[in-house]
Design a protein around this ligand. Sequence first.
Ligand code: EPZ
Length: 415
Amino acid sequence: MSKIVLTKADTLQGCVKINGAKNAALPILAATLLANEPCVIKSIPPLADIENMCEILKHAGYQVRRRNTTLSIQPKPLKNLKFPYELTNKLRASFLIAGPLLAKYKHLEISYPGGCAIGARPVDLHLKGFEALGAIISKQNGYIEIFTDKLTGNKIYLDFPSVGATENLIMAACLAEGQTVIENAAIEPEITDLANFLNSMGAEISGAGTDTIKISGVKDLSGADHRVIPDRIEAGTYMVAAAACHGHVTVSNVICEHLKPIIAKLRESGIEVIENYNSVTVNAAERFKPIDLKTLPYPGFPTDMQAQFSSYLSGIPGTSIVTETIFENRFMHLGELKRMGANIKTEGRTAVIEGAALTGAKVKATDLRAGAALVIAGLHADGETEISDCQYITRGYYQFYENLNQLGANIVRID
Ligand code: EPZ
């Protein structure tokens, strides 16, 4: 269990360079299972989640080599098609190997992906889509076994625009016979990045980034080189930290288009945000305004930024209302913020925040984004904050503390 201690930052000033997106890299690494030749994936930071996915590829028999932020994946003769709990329970996104393995090897057994702190996170939409393509699913002893003689293209309507289900079904459909149409698909930028990677391997995918994606199955897929898009959530996290600390911070290596909802809500709260070609500059105002926000599928406000904004809004005088529509249990950070003096009332998926000055306290990270939110709270709270269970944070943020300290924070690890 790792711990950090931090004190209030007078301000944050300077520049932070954003890494490749964890949530684009994970499906793209899973997609390398489809390749007949080596793949080289660039801009992938050495995060715990990424290393866990690499372990899963190695368990299948593939060779994975890292050089700085570049991963080289070489297909090798298959070693395993059974993926045990010890391998998959550390990473929810491990279920993204199902689509590629089903497409290429027609069979796999994977330990049931557990839920996590933010919700049950079922995979029913993934499984329904696999069945629509001709797969047979059986569940026993905590494993899901998926197999097929042949995958055949079909029309699939997703009851919810699930990011993971969209990604898994695109990958499964790449080698199916005929055309697959996914309707009510997720349109997150990470989906488009995955489709671009697959098309560079020889797949025939159109419509990624819209709610209707068409995939014409092909015989096989070659290798490819790909650079992962910048991480919009990492970028947003630093932007909110700068705003909360009345800072002046430039976040570089971003795609401004992907940051639209974050920029809009920061501006609505009184922050000046200047968009440059591939960077944004946040100049905090003297007077902040409380705002309302509701998480929605892209291009709505991202659920992965809800905790960080809740921390920021907790310190803004006035009433802000936060509604979480994506996950059923993504308010655990609010209990920790209350320990820091935040005045928050929750009713179901809605939190009413009466902004007040926070004070440092001992708090606990419960998941990746909640952990980042508590760091933001500690940066604008009076006194010292101690955050335990920080291992969650380093799953998704590379050099997070080092970057914040370079901007003027004072964060000390106590491992
Ligand atoms: C991806 O998770 C991200 N993870 C999450 O980021 C992100 O919060 C989420 O999309 C929403 O944007 C990765 O990309 C690795 P979903 P995913 O399927 O694919 C329900 C982070 O902090 N659902 O879009 O699992 C589900 O329970 C992580 O980086 C079903 O009911 O999200 C949830 O309520 C956290 N059945 C909602 O849909 C299904 O079969 C959205 O889930 C699938 C999902």
